[in-house]
Ligand binder design. Structure first.
Ligand code: FES
Ligand code: MG
Length: 575
């Protein structure tokens, strides 16, 4: 114990014998609370991203009750605080537009209230980074409690994977090989319970990353949302956070250079979503760790994908991963690729937390000697088309496109691209490269998941299911294909992507990490001189703030003013 009751942050609100504190106490009493609830007790915020339009988080109101139980068991005072809900499916134009807003809300919610520690409930895509970014910036002890993945999908005896199988069946429907009835069957069977997408999409990736970083209780990220163990884990988080407050186990003691490398290693080994790159950078930078694309590529080159989960793996889903031993088993297999000495929220080192973890199915969690893919799932490309980098997922694409050279077909908007891919008479071969621009952080706006440009109808009918696609957008973590993403700087702010024209030759070379357009510097300069910036996307509201402050993909798309090194640190509020 390093903290005494007098040291508690919340005691500044509740303890003094003065006018303001009397007000705080009387208002707490208004809610039926009493001295016995707060005196000498850590106040624990349960930051909840539940909403009626967030299907992945639909169980979190119930889970908050289990966290409360745990907090009470350990002698704390639980308070549930709702924040922005992050519904990947329903938020438009894209949930990414709101990640930083959510992070800001979490940070200010924690700072402005009498809170000593927090349990963060979330898991749907952007919610994990938003919660972690906000809580790290607030600097209070916290535990991330993952929402957990939903059950496996099922249709006509076929296992269905979130997202991944939707795209696959949609391609078949457009190719005319399945009809409306099958399509409706998939609709009814693909999401069978609350919880996040159960492929290794962005949600499962981000929850695993938090676990690998030491920000969850061990193995929490792999428990399926409907499993009773998920409720018990929620209660365990409630108990543990109270002790963390007394121990003053703040996030800076957990999110270090070494644990960040662990998190990246885990990401690569799970066959992570491309979105993880942006969120990893953003979360690390909030913790004061200077993580960049080069670090990710370096760790990626030496970390094989060993989680055989779709879309990088062929067969399995998150439920199978849990039965095989989940993340602790995967980390055991990674062995000395991880720094096991780092501290975790459990109060134990990572090594201690995974001691004895067993791999029950070596086809689901592969040993390093038999990986799903020989390198990490992601590769970072650079070249005259992406001076600040671009990202591709070689683990989930047709390997014949690893090196490719072909003419561009350029669209300035998603609507324009849609027309091209649906036009069966558009002159196009498998050799072409589909290029979508103005879909980046500013141009999208919010960098929507348009990067897996649907296969052109004509090529689908010829039997093709993959081709090279290129954009400044992101793609869903459940997506797959030879899609070059996150091109930086984006076209909207005048990156070289803004300058290319239909017919220009694009060169992709994944082994050498290159992405170029065959244009001379002189030609690019001439085109740049003729380029005019598009009008701003927003003239008022949150969108205006977003466009003024969002950074490019290679920097994690955080707001500049939320960076840890921006300006003087925010001091504690006056009471
Ligand atoms: Fe919530 Fe996929 S939609 S995790
Ligand atoms: Mg997603």
């Amino acid at each position: 114990m390093t903290k005494t009751p007098e040291d508690l942050r919340s005691a500044r609100w509740f303890a003094p014998d003065d006018l303001r504190s009397m007000g705080h106490r009387s208002r707490a009493m208004q809610m039926g609370l009493d001295d016995a609830d707060w005196e000498g007790k850590p106040v624990i915020a349960i930051i909840n991203t539940w909403s009626d339009l967030s299907p992945c988080h639909h169980h979190l109101r119930d889970r908050a009750e289990f966290v409360k139980k745990g907090v009470l068991q350990a002698g704390g005072m639980p308070v549930e605080m709702p924040v922005h809900s992050f519904s990947e499916q329903f938020l438009k134009p894209t949930s990414m537009l709101y990640r930083n807003m959510g992070a800001l809300e979490v940070e200010e919610t924690l700072r402005a209230h009498p809170i000593d520690g927090a349990v963060l409930l979330g898991g749907c895509d952007k919610s994990t980074p938003a919660l972690v970014m906000g809580a790290v910036s607030a600097g209070l002890p916290f535990i991330f409690m993952p929402a957990g993945a939903m059950l496996r999908g099922n249709y006509a005896g076929q296992k269905l994977g979130s997202g991944t199988d939707v795209w696959k069946y949609w391609d078949e429907r457009r190719a005319g090989t399945i009809g409306k009835e099958e399509w409706m069957g998939v609709q009814g069977g693909i999401a069978r319970s609350y919880g996040t997408c159960m492929t290794m999409g962005t949600a499962s990736t981000m929850m695993s990353i938090a676990d690998g970083w030491g920000l969850t209780l061990p193995g929490a990220s792999s428990i399926p949302a409907p499993d009773a163990g998920h409720k018990r884990m929620a209660a365990a988080c409630g108990r543990r956070i109270v002790d963390m407050v007394w121990e003053d186990l703040t996030p800076d003691k957990i999110m270090t250079d070494a644990s960040t490398r662990n998190a990246v290693t885990v990401a690569m080994a799970t066959g992570c979503s491309t979105n993880a790159i942006i969120h990893l950078i953003a979360m690390a930078r909030r913790a004061g760790v200077d993580l960049g694309l080069e670090d990710l590529d370096e760790i990626g080159r030496t970390t094989p994908v060993i989680a055989n989960i779709r879309p990088s793996g062929k067969e399995y889903l998150m439920e199978d991963f849990f039965y095989a031993g989940g993340l602790p088993a995967l980390m055991q297999e990674l062995g000395d690729k991880l720094d096991l000495s780092v501290m975790t929220v459990s109060g134990k080192s990572l090594g201690e937390t995974i001691e004895g973890a067993q791999n029950y199915n070596t086809d689901v969690i592969r040993p390093l000697t038999n990986p799903v893919y020989h390198e990490g799932s992601l590769a970072v490309l650079r070249g005259n088309l992406a001076p600040d980098g671009a990202v591709i997922k070689p683990a989930a694409m047709d390997p014949k496109f690893q090196t490719h050279r072909g003419p561009a077909i350029v669209a300035d908007s998603y609507a324009e691209m849609k027309e091209i891919i649906n036009d069966e008479d558009y002159p196009m071969t498998l050799n072409h490269v589909l290029v979508l621009r103005n879909a980046g952080p500013q141009g999208g706006p919010g960098m929507p998941e348009w990067g897996m440009i649907p296969m052109p109808k004509a090529l689908l009918k010829q039997g093709h299911r993959d081709m090279v696609r290129l954009s400044d957008a992101r793609m869903s973590g459940t997506s797959y294909g030879a899609c070059i993403l996150h091109v930086a700087p984006e076209a909207f702010v005048g990156g070289p992507l803004a300058l290319i024209e239909t017919g220009d030759i694009i060169e992709l070379d994944i082994p050498n990490r290159r992405l170029d357009v065959q244009l001379s510097d002189e030609e690019l300069a001439t085109r740049r001189a003729n380029w005019t910036a598009p009008p701003p996307r927003y003239e008022r509201g949150y969108g205006k703030m977003f466009s003024q402050h969002v950074e490019q993909a290679d920097k994690g798309c955080d707001f500049d003013f939320l960076r840890t090194d921006f300006g003087a640190a925010v001091s504690e509020p006056e009471i």
